[in-house]
Design a protein around this ligand. Structure first.
Ligand code: ZN
Length: 370
């Protein structure tokens, strides 16, 4: 076997009700002058309370607001601010893009990294990877970091209060792990990869069993299983299985779709979920197996229950013309794209056809919506 280097997990994970309050001691062991990083107005009060909690314990904490998606400009500004104030740790508190920015800044400065996901919308709080976007959210590239965060704080009381849409997005992103990893890694001889794929299967089953209940009722046991599955377990799968376990077509299609303009900006998992349906269409076209078709019907049904977009009409593009869609396909099919890890050849034209097959709501969901 060739040499493999893994960043599998944060050094410490504190999870459950009141996890933030219980974490202060661990934070003080990691840093004395942390920078709390965040972005949206909706999380501002929470971040101010984090700042006050730390200051009241005698920690010289600072706060910094990101302005855009995880982009070079924001990263540079926050990097500069951290340096000028001699910060020795980053506490990234927010959704996937804030967590990605925080991890990258801590990596660049070689200082402690603490992630506090404020929703279960992605597993970015866990992983040693940051996705870089343009300021207005167009995907550029991902960057592998030296290690996973030193500390991940997953406070159920906080995450439970996040908008339902974030959990739905997290479910779509996490369920994609199975469909993507089994396609790209099922022939791997590496035990770690095989185990990661199996873990993705178990996670998929749990999401199918508990996802809708969790979405409906944040106070249910299902919510705990599902929220932690999306924000934590999904991260282990990538850590254990490595890059090959992460993506097949759903994520590259997401990356292509982020290049377009939207009336309402979709969340990461919403586009990944839609990308997954397109991936299954491609599989159906390129194999004799009935399984992709069945999986597609099952997923259309499941994702529509969670209000995840399942048609071009429902992703609210500003300009949903074939020419515009082609732009997304061109990006997704670039030479270095992971889409070429699919076990069959794919080009822009095939992808456009697959995308256009979802122009309107698929029949199965029209029946359900009656
Ligand atoms: Zn993702």
């Amino acid at each position: 076997m060739s040499l493999n280097i893994h960043s599998i997990s944060p050094s410490k994970v504190i999870r459950g009700k009141g996890a933030w309050d219980k974490s202060i001691e661990s934070i003080t062991k990691l840093c004395k002058r942390p920078l709390i990083l965040g972005r949206s107005n909706s999380t501002k009060r929470l971040r101010i309370s984090f700042l006050n909690d730390l200051i009241s314990k005698g920690i010289q904490a600072f706060s910094f607001e990101l302005k855009h998606d995880c982009c070079e400009l924001d990263i540079q500004n926050a990097y500069q601010f951290s340096k000028e104030n001699n910060c020795d740790g980053i506490i990234a508190a927010g959704g996937g893009k804030v967590l990605d920015a925080g991890k990258l800044i801590a990596d660049l400065l070689c200082i402690s990294c603490i992630t506090v996901p404020l929703s279960a919308s992605t597993c970015a709080g866990w992983t040693a990877l940051s996705n870089i976007y343009t300021p207005d959210g167009k995907y550029i590239k991902d960057k592998t970091l030296r290690r996973c965060p030193n500390l991940l704080i997953f406070d159920h009381n906080i995450v439970r209060a996040a908008p339902k849409r974030t959990l739905a997005s997290g479910i779509a992103d996490a369920i994609a792990k199975w469909y993507e990893s089994c396609l790209t890694s099922s022939t791997s001889q590496d035990g770690f990869v095989q185990q990661a794929v199996q873990m993705a299967r178990v996670l998929r089953d749990q999401l199918f069993l508990n996802g809708y209940k969790a979405f409906q009722d944040p106070l249910s046991n299902s919510w705990e299983t599902v929220a932690e599955g999306c924000a934590l377990t999904a991260g282990i799968i990538g850590g254990l299985g490595g890059a090959r376990c992460r993506t097949a077509a759903a994520h590259p299609i997401h990356n292509g779709l982020t290049q377009l303009s939207y009336k309402n900006k979709p969340m990461h998992g919403e586009l990944v979920g839609f990308g997954l349906l397109i991936q299954l269409y491609l599989e159906e076209k390129n194999s004799n197996s009935q399984l992709p078709k069945q999986a597609k019907s099952q997923l259309i049904d499941f994702l529509s229950q969670l209000n995840i977009p399942i048609s071009i009409d429902s992703i609210y593009l500003k300009n949903p013309t074939p020419k515009e869609l082609q732009r997304a396909c061109r990006f997704a099919c670039k030479d270095n794209s992971d889409i070429h890890k699919l076990p069959f050849k794919i080009n822009e034209k095939d992808l456009l056809e697959a995308l256009q097959s979802y122009q309107t709501l698929p029949t199965i969901s029209k029946i359900r919506f009656k």
